[in-house]
Each structure stands twice: as structure tokens, then as C-alpha cells.
Design a protein around this ligand. Structure first.
Ligand code: UD1
Length: 431
């Protein structure tokens, strides 16, 4: 199992480039199921979750060429024949986003069999809202031996039917999954209380390029006019706002001067506002953000919310920053239960954090010291790297496979701007 060895103390200086958004790439790859034609997707990040999705689609009969190393990371996917519309547990178990194939599979083939998802261990992560939505569109969903089986009306032989669906709770992949089901349904579907994340908009842009009729993506209400068929398209994946945000925090926590390029600043509003409250200097360009800090950080409370609020996927990394801020920071996690697994590890490095229910209280500023720490999920891993960048001595982070799920060439990018970080073990490479 790979480990990172990080020696703290260097301010990060220079320019770092952002990759394509994993959370956009995953639904966009699943959208290939909706057509017999080829999809060309640019800017697909080279991370483990994408490799998992490649395996998932290939096992169903799709031709997938990830095209890493080629200009633009150009990926080609063709689902001419889906010989086996099943998402097997062996593949699904590491990635909850596998539930994203449920909607497109049933829309295309009338039948979908998908293992109940795994993924990050951050609370019970049900998919009841996906199921409820499909049922409202006329699907029959049954469960056996850890698998969900969904059939469109008439035992899988008729198309799904348009419906009025009000999400009980805002769900990102739920919105995406049902959107992909609705684009090939008969008639109109109206979704209310939708996720407004940029990743939903990115998917809707791709689906529209494939011939779908969608209005309102990026708002709470989305209208879909179902069509009988979709065609191939070419699409460029959005830059990864969470990766960009992680690097901005890395620049700020180390008292550096770092420009993050190739990002979309409009997607990072909530984080930038908090960084300013912490006393970090920010310059926003068209597709770049520069952070500068002299290391004197002030405490600023955060409370995670759905987009455009403060992202839950930045909570762990922000908490690492809070350990270096003067004063007390409260961090409230509203989206997921049990998303404080990084707290214990940060405390082992010398942080002073207590948790009560959904709120963590960080008392700063703490002098962090190196330790052997364990990554517990994707963003928690990034949080520990940030802490290690300012800790005294050499920190060893175990289980960085969690980080490899979602960050492309993470240590290389950080090393190029002055971080002392190296990997021990087998370097993750695409098979
Ligand atoms: C997506 C992101 C993830 C991010 C999260 C919240 C991807 C691949 N992953 O995850 O990085 O942390 O959004 O921004 O895009 N819920 C239900 N029933 C459901 C679905 C969700 O109760 O059927 C609950 C969840 O338990 C959670 C909340 O809704 O409490 C939000 O989850 P959701 O938006 O679905 O997260 P994901 O789409 O899995």
C-alpha cells in the first residue's frame, strides 16, 4: 500500500494547474450508455475512480479508450452494444458513484442490475431517492443479494414515462442519475429541489450536445422533454473545483504565494469568501486564482451546504487550515454524518479539535508535529497532506489509495511548487 512522506515547512510558490473534475467526468462517462454512437470526452482526470468507471463500462460491453497521455486526455467511449447491463459488486464496491449507471442503463436497455454502492466511508449513503425517482417514472425496482434490479414498464420493454419528481433532499448524483433516465423517457419530466452543483450543469451540457432537451440545469427546477434517441458528441469536462480549492488552501496554510490556473473562479465563491475572512490575499483572474499569505491566519467559521454554499468536499481541508488560524473555528457538517474522521488524525499531529454532533471546534493556533497518520477517505487524505505541509518533521501518511481516487498527480503537482512530498510503494499507474 502506497504511503506519502511529507516534510513540512516550505511555503508553496509558483503555479499549479488544475485537472478535469472527477465528479463531472463520472456522470459524463455514464452518459455514454445512452447512445450507440461514440462520445469524446476531453479533460478526463487520470484518477482511480475513473479507472473504476472504465472497468464498469467495459464489463457491460462498452469500448472505452481513456487516452491518457494524448492531448487533452481525450477519452473515447462507445456503447454500441451493451451485452451485460450489470454493474457488478466487485467493481462497484469501491465507488459509490457507480449508482450513476442505474438511470442511463434502464433508459437505454429497459433493465438495469446494479450492486448497492460502496465508496467513501462517510456516513450511511443511501440511494433511496434514485429509486423513488425511477419508480415515479414507471420503473419497477427490486432488491436481491445486494443488487438492485430496475425494469422499465411492461417488464422492460417500454420506455420510462415522464413524471413530476420533487427530491426530498438535495442529491447531486441522484439529480444526475434521474436526469439521464429522463432524457430518453416518454414525455416531460419536471424535477424540483435539484442539486445546483456545476457538475450537474456540466452533465446537462453534454446531454444537450447529444440531442437531449433540458431546461433549467444549475437551478432548483429542471425540465426535461424526453426524446427517442440520442447521438454522439464531443465535450470538455469542467475543471475540478475541489482540487483547485485544495491547492488554494495549500498555498494559504504554508504562507505561500500560489497561482492556481485552469480553474473556474465562479465555482469557488464560498471558499474564496472564507479565505478572505481568514486574512488570505486573493486575486481572481479569468481562469486563475492567486493566493498569498504571510502565515498569519484568522479563524472563520464554516458550515457545509449544497452548492453554492461551502462544499462538504472542502470541509476536511479547511479544518487543517483552521488549526493554523488564531482563535476558535467552528466547522459544521450538514451534508454527511460521520465526516470527521480526519479529526482524530489531525489531533495526533497536535491539533486541538473537539467534536460534538455535527460540529467540530478547532482551537488554534496549534503547532503541528509530524506523526504516522492514516487516510480514511478521499478528502480527509488531502486534509492530512495540508497539515503535514506545515508540521515539524516528516509525516508518513498511510493508505493514500483513498487520495488516488480523486487527485491527479497530486504529489507531483505539489512538489513542483516547492512541497517536500514523495510516495513510497508502487506508484499508481493506469493499467
Ligand atoms: C456527490 C459527490 C461528493 C459530494 C456530495 C455532496 C460525486 C460523484 N460525488 O456525492 O463528492 O461530497 O455530492 O456534495 O459527485 N441522500 C439520501 N438519499 C439518496 C441520495 C442521497 O438520503 O438517495 C443523502 C446523502 O446521504 C447525503 C445527502 O443526501 O446526506 C447528499 O448526498 P448526495 O448529494 O447524493 O452525494 P453524492 O451524490 O453521493
Amino acid at each position: 500500500m502506497d504511503k506519502f512522506v511529507v516534510r513540512g515547512g516550505n511555503p508553496l510558490l509558483g503555479t499549479i494547474k488544475v485537472s478535469g473534475a472527477k465528479n463531472s467526468a463520472l456522470p459524463c462517462m455514464a452518459a455514454a450508455i445512452l447512445t450507440e454512437d461514440e462520445l469524446v470526452l476531453e479533460n478526463i482526470p487520470q484518477v482511480r475512480d475513473i479507472e473504476t468507471e472504465r472497468k464498469l463500462l467495459s464489463a457491460m460491453g462498452a469500448e472505452v479508450d481513456l487516452g491518457y497521455g494524448r492531448a487533452q486526455h481525450r477519452t473515447r467511449i462507445k456503447c454500441a452494444i451493451l451485452s451485460d447491463p450489470v454493474a457488478k459488486y466487485e467493481i462497484v464496491k469501491t465507488m459509490r458513484a457507480s449508482s450513476l449507471v442505474l438511470g442511463p442503463l434502464i433508459a437505454r436497455t429497459g433493465i438495469a442490475r446494479v450492486a448497492m454502492p460502496g465508496g467513501c466511508a462517510i456516513g450511511g449513503r443511501p440511494i433511496d431517492l434514485h429509486i423513488k425517482g425511477l419508480e415515479a417514472m414507471g420503473a419497477t425496482v427490486t432488491q436481491d443479494h445486494g443488487y438492485l434490479e430496475a425494469r422499465s414498464p411492461n417488464n422492460g420493454s417500454s420506455r420510462l414515462k415522464g413524471a413530476h419528481i420533487v427530491f426530498d433532499k438535495i442529491t447531486v448524483t441522484g439529480t444526475e442519475d434521474l436526469l439521464m433516465a429522463a432524457v430518453l423517457a416518454e414525455g416531460e419530466t419536471v424535477f424540483e429541489n435539484c442539486a445546483r452543483e456545476p457538475e450537474v450543469t456540466d452533465l446537462a451540457t453534454l446531454l444537450t450536445a447529444m440531442g437531449a432537451k433540458i431546461k433549467g440545469a444549475g437551478t432548483s427546477t429542471i425540465h426535461v422533454h424526453g426524446v427517442a434517441q440520442l447521438h454522439g458528441a464531443r465535450h470538455r469536462i469542467n475543471p475540478d473545483r475541489i482540487e483547485a480549492g485544495t491547492f488554494l488552501l495549500a498555498g494559504a496554510i504554508t504562507g505561500g504565494d500560489l497561482s492556481v490556473e485552469g480553474c473556474n473562479p465562479a465555482h469557488l465563491g464560498a471558499l474564496l469568501a472564507k479565505l478572505e475572512s481568514c486574512g488570505v490575499k486573493i486575486e481572481v483572474g479569468k481562469d486563475s486564482i492567486r493566493v498569498r499569505s504571510d502565515g498569519a491566519l484568522k479563524a472563520a467559521n464554516i458550515s457545509t451546504e449544497e452548492y453554492p454554499g461551502f462544499p462538504t468536499d472542502m470541509q476536511a481541508q479547511f479544518m487543517a487550515l483552521a488549526t493554523q488560524a488564531e482563535g476558535t473555528t467552528t466547522v459544521t457538517e450538514n451534508i454527511f454524518e460521520n465526516r470527521f474522521m480526519h479529526v482524530q488524525e489531525l489531533n495526533r499531529m497536535g491539533a486541538n479539535i473537539t467534536v460534538e454532533g455535527r460540529t467540530a471546534t478547532v482551537r488554534g493556533r496549534s503547532k503541528l508535529e509530524s506523526a504516522a497518520v492514516m487516510c480514511s477517505d478521499l478528502r480527509a487524505s488531502a486534509s492530512l497532506v495540508l497539515a503535514a505541509l506545515v508540521a515539524d518533521g516528516e509525516t508518513i501518511l498511510d493508505r493514500v489509495y483513498h487520495l488516488d481516487r480523486g487527485y491527479e498527480h497530486f504529489e507531483e503537482k505539489l512538489r513542483n511548487v516547492g512541497a517536500q512530498i514523495r510516495r513510497m510503494g508502487n506508484v499508481f499507474t493506469k493499467k
